[in-house]
Ligand binder design. Structure first.
Ligand code: GLN
Length: 328
């Protein structure tokens, strides 16, 4: 097939699959916009965008993929990756485990033997990771984080100050978690320093397109496929994808691995990023979330896309890798 014809097929396959998932889920009003962080409750509930970025540097998008929202827990995957590189895997694993907790993202629970948070994808683990970053980078930790997240997105990202202040004012549960981390010797900085970085990282503003590029950066061994800038080190990406696969969707992680079967991370503001290693970053944004804090339209759309392209890691026909490879 001539290259030009192949490109037409590419547009058609990814764009039409996105369109199908978007159309099928756009009228689903199940779930509710998170309101425990007061500022989050102000977002328009019907925004809905889906995007796929390829390791060959293409972006396919449908719907509200340029509307900014706060990254929230999706940041946990990228912060973990950064901490592995900056502090080294040995120190990171001395503070945070890699076991799924099976409990809600904000659970006040620790591994009963080690006293460590179960994994870096729930709040307790992510606050410990923020502590590690602050311990190693001091006052410049947020700046370094912004640089790396921006490199992954392929454009300079900013902070949503209003959401940051809103969470800093009301995040009492996270404050309790940080103090328990101190008691468990899983923090070597003050609770305030770890929390401030954590609240800021959750308030970084991204679009669904940004998240798709950030996912594609993971898929592309840490280098943004469009700008060619390296954001993360490749060994840390492998470890991060493993933890995203087992723990990325909170207490829905098992179900997600069963149904969708790709490494992913969700956030309570309604974003989800998924990674098809060496092939794609996939992102959704739709702010109504279910009782577990996962975007309702996002989960349903990922299920459709995974089915359409055979993306599940254990798809027995393995059409995923070969079919998608022919398209990117
Ligand atoms: N900033 C939010 C919190 O700590 C992130 C939670 C989430 O996205 N699940 O509560």
């Amino acid at each position: 097939m001539a290259l030009e014809d192949r490109k037409d097929t590419i547009e058609h396959e990814f764009d039409s699959a996105l369109e199908r998932a978007w159309t099928a889920n756009r009228s689903n009003t199940t779930g509710a916009v998170a309101s425990y962080i007061p500022e989050l409750s102000k977002v328009p509930p019907d925004d809905f965008g889906l995007a796929i970025a390829t390791v060959s540097g293409r972006l396919h998008a449908v719907g509200d993929t340029e509307i900014p929202f706060t990254i929230q827990s999706v940041s946990k995957a990228f912060a973990f990756c950064l901490a592995l590189e900056i502090a080294g895997p040995a120190l990171v694993s001395s503070r945070v485990g890699v076991e799924p907790s099976g409990d809600p993202f904000n659970a006040i629970l620790f591994d009963p033997v080690s006293n460590r948070p179960f994994n870096p994808m729930v709040n307790a683990g992510a606050i410990a990771i923020a502590g590690i970053l602050h311990e190693h980078l001091g006052a410049s930790a947020f700046e370094v984080m912004m640089e790396r997240f921006s490199a992954a997105a392929g454009r300079p990202l900013g902070l949503n100050e209003a959401v940051y202040l809103s969470e800093a004012e009301t995040g009492h549960r996270n404050r309790a978690i940080a103090h328990l981390l101190l008691a468990n010797e899983a923090l070597a900085v003050t609770a305030d320093d770890a929390l401030d970085l954590y609240f800021r990282q959750c308030s970084i503003a991204v679009t669904a397109s940004d998240l798709a590029w950030m996912g594609a950066t993971f898929a592309n061994m840490g280098t943004n496929p469009n700008t060619r800038e390296t954001a993360f080190d490749v060994g840390s990406v492998r470890s991060t994808l493993a933890v995203m696969f087992t723990c990325g969707m909170y207490d829905y992680a098992g179900h997600w691995a069963y149904d969708v079967g790709i490494p992913a991370k969700s956030g309570v503001s309604g974003g989800i990023v998924g990674v098809i290693n060496r092939q794609l970053g996939i992102a959704s944004y739709a702010p109504r979330v279910d009782a577990k804090g996962n975007s309702v339209r996002g989960v349903a759309s990922f299920e459709m896309l995974a089915e359409d392209f055979g993306l599940h890691a254990f798809d027995c026909t393995n059409i995923g890798s070969s079919f998608v490879s022919s398209l990117i």
